[in-house]
Design a protein around this ligand. Structure first.
Ligand SMILES: *Cc1c(COP(=O)(O)O)cnc(C)c1O
Length: 371
């Protein structure tokens, strides 16, 4: 289907093309100077000591869990309203996800009171997800994690550039942060990801596990800096490449401007939608600065949501659902121990509307009129 207005659109141009051309000219495609540069610049933008680039956001989550020692018998408390990767990687480590409800329909992030309810002797950590780019209640959740000696993992895939009231960036609000640079994210390279942390021990483990557990890199051996390697712990190949890293560096330079454009468009949407009876736009009161990744509205009920989705589709306007409630997936049958009433109502009423930096205010009005 040829969309009149698609859900998202890349901000790609001559700078991205030049960055890729420069990599091709150098004829070195695997991890080297572009990856090092991207990591250093990303670490600087988040304000963390370490940023480790990886092949995608799911790999970032997997390595974050493994670096923290999450394994069989462990439990990770996490939101039921999330992309499934955080839960899938929990199972991949042999651990169990424990799904917590959201705070409220107008604040669909992890409820700190729910987190406290779910803590058992097996709980090893809490995964937060900054839904749509809006930060979770980090101060409260951090206090709970400290009191119970739990690791705090940020699934910051929606939140690149978001910051708390005191200016601390998403990815620097827990023990370890995970980002995705998939093509629909605020910083897009196609397939890519990043792990951020201030902890030297975690950074070292993530670096090793990213590349088969090997103690030296191809690049270092190529430059004659090393010739032998050992494998201390068996690892993976979750490496990024130079082309994607070069794209990431250009996109990082555009991020602040593009997030500001997203903010302005979100305000136009909110202005128009706030007056619709029965409709609700979450995050009227934000905790800090959002990355404005998604424009989500709640219809009065499921029928109205489906009707709105159909009307927009007929007008060739793309919509989506972020997200179904994870325990409702077949693979998560074993995790249906709790009702999660707010998460389920959210999944029934939510609709994601088009939002991207190159969108016009007129396009926003078109979407709203078709609703
Ligand atoms: C995109 C996304 C992921 C997964 O990232 P990939 O790069 O696609 O592997 C995980 N969690 C959230 C919240 C996401 O939006």
């Amino acid at each position: 289907m040829e969309w009149e207005i698609s859900l998202c659109d890349l901000d790609y141009g001559a700078e991205e093309a030049a960055a890729v051309a420069a990599v091709l000219q150098r004829k070195w495609l695997t991890m080297a100077e572009e990856v090092n540069g991207f990591e250093a610049e990303f670490a600087g933008s988040v304000g963390v000591k370490h940023a480790i680039a990886v092949s995608n956001g799911t790999a970032a989550l997997h390595l974050a869990y493994l670096a923290l020692g999450i394994g069989p018998g462990d439990e990770l408390i996490q939101p039921a309203i999330n992309f499934v990767a955080a839960a899938n990687m929990t199972l991949a480590c042999g651990a169990m996800p424990r799904f917590a409800d959201i705070l409220a329909l107008d604040e669909p992030t992890l409820d700190p009171a729910e987190v406290e309810c779910l803590i058992t002797s097996r709980t090893r950590g809490v995964v937060v997800m900054h839904y749509g780019g809006y930060l979770c209640r980090m101060a409260e959740i951090r206090d709970i994690c400290r009191a119970h000696n739990l690791a705090l993992i940020e699934d910051a895939c929606h939140a690149v550039g978001a910051q708390a009231e005191n200016g601390t960036k998403a990815g620097n609000l827990g023990d370890i942060g995970c980002f995705s640079f998939f093509s629909n994210k605020n910083l897009a390279v196609g397939e890519g990801g990043m792990v951020t942390t201030n902890r030297d021990d975690l950074a070292e483990k993530v670096r090793r596990l990213r590349s088969h557990g090997m103690t030296t890199l191809t690049w270092d051996r190529h430059r004659g800096h090393a010739s032998r390697y050992d494998v201390a712990v068996p690892g993976y190949n979750y490496r990024p490449d130079e082309i994607r890293a070069a794209l990431g560096r250009v996109q990082l330079r555009k991020l602040a401007r593009n997030n500001a454009l997203r903010e302005a468009l979100s305000l136009v949407y909110r202005h128009h939608l706030d007056s619709r009876p029965g409709w609700l736009v979450p995050f009227a009161r934000a905790h800090g600065g959002s990355a404005y990744h998604l424009m989500v509205a709640l219809a009065p009920d499921e029928a109205a949501r489906d009707q709105a989705g159909n009307a927009l589709r007929a007008a060739r306007i793309q919509t989506s659902l972020h997200y179904p409630c994870i325990p409702d997936f077949a693979a998560y049958q074993a995790c249906r121990e709790r009702d999660l009433p707010k998460s389920r109502e959210f999944a029934r009423r939510a609709i994601t509307l088009p939002l991207f930096p190159g969108m016009s205010a007129e396009q926003v009005e078109m979407v709203v009129n078709k609703l």
